[in-house]
Design a protein around this ligand. Structure first.
Ligand code: ASP
Length: 589
């Protein structure tokens, strides 16, 4: 090694010790005589003090610039009382060099790497290797290492084997588009990159491993959003001879530990994690991953306004819809402009509008719709929503799916505006009781809500023939602060049942064999009952560090456009490569 200690590890106990350090010039201050260099390495920063008397070292220190790479040999000295820096872990000492050697010079970086500053994301990503030098940025990547290492050790202790599965495979549907890789040896044939290792992990259970996990790279060709990326890492696991409770309790124990060790002092909202039924979550929060750090629950008020003279309400209900209300404490006098902008937010969920009633003191109302409602209706709305003086209620009238989507957006927006979600809390919740299938109007067939491998509650089996939409899946999702961080299920481990579900999804026997034949065949060779889960490492890290941007927790992330500004991909390839792959690019414009 060109060094014998890390800069950031030095403390007062090293006083008098001769050390060899190597790292980067974090900051350099030339006081005319004394030169101070903060030398940075992966463990932190230590101050080097160069006296002019030490002419050779001083000359080098004089020349050195930010981000140059230096080796420094010297002695650790206690700082004088007035120069102690309590903000630095090495602030009680400094190093007096006997030798400074320039290992490499550096260009001036396109942005300062020694301070927290706002830098355009594209510039950061284009120079990500420099961005990663910035202390706050690098910290998250190191934390990620700690979290992943802990998860590995936790699972190994519980008897799990870490097994890699291939990434050039055949499509494994998880509801996204596949990334395809053309085959050179079989023109016109393609590999798919895994959306998840789902089929492989089920096959490993058939093989008899009983407990598998993997830090699995998964690829989903979807439009990117703040917490959605095309290339993600999942802690993927599968277990044999388990029911839902077994998987859920293992994961709950793991995440409680992760939250306590790596949550940066954030408080766990509830332990054990609360459980919400899917239908209940949709009714109360309009979403299957509610943020439970704050209230703003919805109440169905349809019965109170079914016969109302206010046609917006009455006709929505008559058309098979409903009216739901959300109480917002203390906001009866919300500014007109704010209310109007919430109407716009509601429209984003498909609603035609958003009604509101502010309950002022002394029975007084502030509402554009109150004049259309009877005193009795208003009294009932107030009772049903438990509104106090000073509270506002927002009401949405439409088909249930539209009301859910619209009010959920309004709830989320209000939480942001009113700062209702405590950033120092980690609020986990399980969501269970999902339907196995949902009707796709677009494709006119049943589709799986998660993936087609989820098992169903045994007593619902007869409903597969008569009322597939009400069959409950053995599926469980784990949410954290309103983000879905994990999802899994107990699987269909018998061929007949797996085929029955695929048939409901309109697969013909041939299609089934072509797409899932390997799994279906394997299920016939003594597949054990099995279940598993996959947790999104990127999202978990986001919540642990409280970052709103998933790219912050990935060493080399794609940009929000889905492309890679650092390496410049995707990119066109040469004709010779296309020829080899038997591909021709044709313009479809
Ligand atoms: N394969 C599922 C997913 O990627 C997770 C699971 O069911 O284990 O969402």
């Amino acid at each position: 090694m060109l060094k014998d200690v890390y800069a950031g590890d030095l403390t007062l106990s090293d006083e008098g010790r001769t050390v060899v350090l190597a790292g980067w010039v974090h900051r350099r201050r030339d006081h005319g005589g004394l030169i101070f260099i903060d030398l940075r390495d992966s463990h932190g920063v230590v101050q080097i003090v160069v006296d002019p008397e030490n002419t050779v070292a001083h000359a080098v220190a004089h020349r050195a610039r930010s981000e140059w790479v230096l080796a420094v040999e010297g002695t650790v000295r206690r700082r004088s009382a007035e120069t102690v820096n309590t903000d630095m872990s090495t602030g009680e000492i400094e190093v007096v060099p006997t030798r400074i050697e320039v290992l490499n010079e550096a260009l001036t970086p396109p942005f300062a790497v020694n301070e927290e500053s706002e830098v355009d994301e594209l510039v950061r990503l284009r120079h990500r290797y420099l961005d990663l030098r910035r202390p706050g940025v690098a910290e998250i990547i190191r934390l990620r290492h700690e979290v992943v290492l802990f998860m590995r050790q936790f699972l190994a202790k519980q008897g799990f084997y870490e097994i890699e599965t291939p990434t050039l495979i055949k499509s494994t549907p998880e509801g996204a588009r596949d990334f395809l890789v053309p085959s050179r040896l079989q023109h016109g044939h393609f590999f798919a990159l895994p959306q998840s290792p789902q089929i492989m992990k089920e096959l490993l259970m058939v093989s008899g491993f009983e407990r598998y996990f993997q830090m699995a790279r998964c690829y989903r060709d979807e439009d990117t959003r703040a917490n959605r990326i095309v290339e993600l890492t999942q802690l993927d696991l599968e277990m044999s001879f388990v029911d839902e409770e077994d998987v859920m309790s293992l994961i709950e124990e793991l995440f409680i530990e992760v939250a306590k060790r790596f949550g940066g002092g954030k408080r766990l909202a509830q332990e054990p994690f609360p459980r919400i039924d899917y239908a209940d979550a949709m009714a109360r929060y309009g979403i299957d991953r509610p943020d439970l750090r704050f209230g703003l629950e919805f109440v169905d008020v349809s019965d109170a306004v079914r016969e109302s003279d206010f046609k917006v309400f009455a006709s929505a209900i008559a058309a098979g819809g409903e009216v739901r209300a959300m109480r917002v404490p203390g906001q009866a006098e919300m500014a007109r402009r704010s209310v109007d902008s919430l109407v716009e937010v509601a429209r984003g969920g498909g609603a035609k509008g958003l009604a509101n009633i502010g309950f002022l003191a002394g029975e007084e109302l502030r509402s554009p719709i109150a004049k259309f409602l009877s005193t009795e209706e208003i009294a009932q709305l107030r009772t049903l929503t438990s509104a106090d003086d000073g509270d506002m209620i927002f009401l949405s009238a439409d088909q249930p799916a539209v009301v859910s989507a619209s009010l959920a957006l309004v709830r989320e927006e209000l939480a942001t505006r009113l700062e209702l979600a405590d950033p120092d809390v980690l609020s986990f919740a399980w969501v269970t009781g999902f339907p196995l299938l949902e009707w796709s109007n677009e494709e006119q067939r049943w589709d799986s809500l998660h993936n087609p491998f989820s098992g169903f509650v045994e007593e619902d089996a007869p409903l597969l023939e008569t009322d597939p939409g009400s069959v409950r899946a053995k599926q469980y999702d784990l949410t954290l602060n309103g983000t879905e961080i994990a999802g899994g299920s107990v699987r269909l481990h018998r061929r007949a049942e797996q085929e029955q579900v695929l048939r409901l999804m309109n697969y013909t026997d041939d299609e089934m064999q072509e797409r899932f034949g390997v799994l279906l065949d394997a299920l016939e060779y003594g597949a054990p009952p099995m279940g598993g889960i996959a947790a999104g490492i990127d999202r978990v890290l986001m919540e642990l560090v409280g970052s709103p941007n998933i790219r912050d927790v990935i060493a080399f992330p794609k940009a929000s456009s889905g492309s890679d500004p650092l390496m410049g991909s995707p990119q066109p390839v040469g004709q010779d490569q296309l020829d080899e792959l038997g591909l021709r690019i044709v313009s479809l414009e």
